[in-house]
Design a protein around this ligand. Structure first.
Ligand SMILES: O=C(O)C1=C[C@@H](OP(=O)(O)O)[C@@H](O)[C@H](O)C1
Ligand SMILES: C=C(OP(=O)(O)O)C(=O)O
Length: 429
């Protein structure tokens, strides 16, 4: 437990921040580089706890991965040369690592056991285990395989046509990755588009995937060829500073090289709908992903509604968007977001409790939140709930609170943004 007390600030935020590499893309670069043939380099990798879990798992399966900060070199020898790990694989707090790795491990000829921290151990795995079992996977574990610890007895898989019952890129990715090791063509159908990093990065590794409407298909038994990856800045990390500038009067911030993939930019659409002063400069495509610098200036905001296909495009940003809504005039409604209940914590409950403690007017609904703004926030003691995004949201709230906010444990922030307070301190000077 690492407590942190944040004092109110009474001045505008100014400056430029280069946010760290995208977490989703960083995980996938290690996974795909490790099962590819040849040497993959990764530039601007996210050097965080969650991404280190992914590196350590492949090291435990015999892959040589060199790391110097955010530069990575992976010496891949193809999936068939991975070796059976001697010890249980530890996934820490990382849902993405656990769910995508289940898809990979199910089809490899080895036995593995998987466990995680207290938060990950409560997150449902049946969303991945069920389709994998339909493909012939052998997975055993707590609550019929719904919760870690799990044991995977890897074997030959068969292809599947699968309607994804949840809007989840992790489930989509796990099925596609298992499909890569299966006989025949595996197809997934999405209810709503979710982040597409698995599809685009597999293509960069030479894998053929077909997209037809909401169907995505992959032929099994394709080999991956090493490539060089550039990881854009993580828009989910940038979101904390976008909101900070949007709510602290007279602020202006520039965020460099932020990933602007359409499946991730919901936060920008919400800010614009609320009247924020935001623009993109030096937009370009780098390593197959759209990136750009985002410039944001303080502007008075009005409420909005967030629902439907918008939700997967900003799912991880909802805690910080809820804080944003407390500073906007009117009632903001967030719905269709029941997935928030199965993140690092139940984020609908945690956001309601935290913002209420800070003086906001928030109603919890089954699948979202109703927030009445604008409210003056005050200080209090709050929890992080083992959730990096809750700890960062409470930290940003301190910028507009009238008295100090004490957060019980900020250590979860290291899972996605180890330099968060360095960047925050730089713009409050
Ligand atoms: O595929 C990914 O990299 C992720 C997908 C999302 O989870 P779901 O697939 O559960 O929505 C997101 O919340 C998570 O932070 C990262
Ligand atoms: C939900 C998140 O990550 P994961 O599912 O990988 O734990 C997140 O980063 O907000």
């Amino acid at each position: 437990m690492k407590e942190r007390i944040l004092q109110p600030i009474n001045r505008p935020l100014q400056g430029t921040i280069e946010v760290p590499g995208d977490k989703s893309i960083s995980h996938r670069s290690i996974m795909f580089g490790s099962i590819a043939q040849g040497t993959t380099t990764v530039d601007h990798f996210l050097d965080s706890e969650d991404c280190m879990r992914t590196i350590n798992i492949f090291r435990a399966m015999g892959v040589t991965i060199e790391q110097q900060g955010s530069s990575i070199t992976i010496h891949g020898k193809g999936s068939q040369s991975l070796t059976e790990p001697v010890e249980p694989l530890y996934f820490g707090n990382s849902g993405t690592t656990a769910r995508l790795m289940l898809g990979i491990l199910a089809g490899l000829p080895m036995f593995t056991t998987l466990y995680g921290d207290i938060s990950l151990t409560k997150r449902p795995m049946n969303r991945v285990v069920d389709p994998l079992r339909l493909m012939g996977a052998s997975i055993a574990g707590r609550s019929q395989g719904n919760y870690l610890p799990l044991a995977v007895d890897g074997r030959r898989l068969k292809s599947i046509y699968y309607h994804l019952p949840v809007k989840s890129a992790q489930v989509k990715s796990a099925v596609l990755l298992a499909g890569l090791f299966a006989e025949g063509i595996t197809t997934v159908t999405e209810i709503s588009p979710t982040r597409n990093h698995t599809e685009s990065m597999l293509r960069a590794f030479g894998v053929e995937l077909n997209k037809n409407g909401s169907d995505i298909s992959i032929h099994g038994k394709q080999a991956l060829t090493a490539t060089d990856i550039y990881v854009p800045g993580d828009i989910s990390s940038a979101a904390f500073f976008l909101v900070a500038a949007a709510i602290v009067p007279d602020s202006q911030l520039k965020l460099l090289h932020v990933g602007l993939n359409e499946t991730r930019t919901g936060i920008m659409d919400v800010l614009l709908a609320m009247g924020a002063d935001l623009r993109i400069e030096e937009e370009q495509v780098k390593g197959g992903e759209r990136i750009g610098n985002i410039i944001i200036r303080y502007q008075e905001l009005t409420a909005t509604t967030i629902e439907g296909e918008m939700v997967p495009r900003l799912i991880d940003e909802i805690p910080i968007i809820a804080l944003l809504a407390t500073q906007a005039e009117g009632t903001t409604v967030i719905k269709d977001a029941a997935e928030l209940r199965v993140k690092e914590t139940d984020r609908i409950r945690a956001v309601t409790e935290t913002l209420t403690k800070l003086g906001a007017s928030v109603e919890e609904t089954e699948d979202g939140l109703i927030i009445h703004g604008k409210t003056q926030l005050h200080g209090n003691r709050v929890q992080s709930y083992h959730d990096h995004r809750m700890a960062m949201m409470a930290s940003i709230a301190s910028l507009v609170a009238t008295s100090e906010i004490a957060i019980d444990d900020i250590s979860p922030i290291a899972t996605s943004y180890p330099r968060f307070y360095d960047d925050l301190n730089q713009i409050v000077q």
